[in-house]
Design a protein around this ligand. Sequence first.
Ligand code: CNA
Length: 277
Amino acid sequence: SVTDSGPPVLESRSIEAVAKYIKENDVNRVVLMVGAGISTSAGIPDFRSPDTGLYANLAFLDLEEPEDVFDIGFFRQNPKPFYALAHELYPGRYRPTIAHSFIKLLYDKGMLLKHFTQNIDCLERQAGVPGEKIIEAHGSFASQRCIECKKPYPNDLMKQMVGTRKVPCCDCGGYVKPDIVFFGEALPRSFFDSMPQVAEADLCIVMGTSLMVQPFASLPQHVGRRVPRVLINMQKVGGFGSRADDVMLLGECDAGVRKFAKAMGWGDELEALWEAT
Ligand code: CNA
């Protein structure tokens, strides 16, 4: 199509060129797509990193397939492995990373259109990003209900049960599960309702995700053809680099956002914001 053609928007595939593009075009509709990699430096393991990821360390849960721990059919039979893991991941024990503060900084600058996260750790909220800007595509630990009768289960009781490694049960006898999306479950409506905003973005930033889980993984493809996409991740994922305006900062998310902030002249501001978190 016509919009597919034309010279690259960026002068070069560098973060400095992205910074120039932001300043010259008054960029104010940034869409982010993130995953577990933005939280690993907070101490929360991701799924798929070779030695440190949860899938490589689930032996203690005695599972045939690591993915089973997030499988709704498996959970119905045996919720114990999930609750062993929930005990590790439960919000309240971790501090947001500087990558989370970078998202807050984009918000403070009036540049954040939408933040799509696969994470269930609530750290972007903790970093001060307002809830209405966040799409928790895979849900979160913020609420929970019975998997059979769907009755909500109280937060304080939930905290107590997870803290003492017990499996919470409903009056009806069904198991209680946090409102996080398991394999085999639908994503929240808000995800699909907000998807069209991806096409309105004037900049896309993808951080800390293997882009292996659909439909989330396809979000970056919905970004306009002539809109720069920045990937900040340990390795190349999701066909990044295929577009002329794809820029990759391969390495740690924290280092990547520091480079990004420096290119924008926001280095000190970002550090101060993070320190105050
Ligand atoms: P994933 O499949 O484990 O991929 C993580 C990606 O991040 C990989 O490409 C890593 O190389 C990369 N990565 C890890 N650490 C860093 C780092 N410090 N800097 C840069 N890159 C890094 O995780 P995804 O999020 O892609 O998979 C989707 C799942 C993971 C979602 O359903 C989440 O709910 C689930 N998850 C969430 C959390 C959390 O909430 N913090 C933790 C573990 C898993």
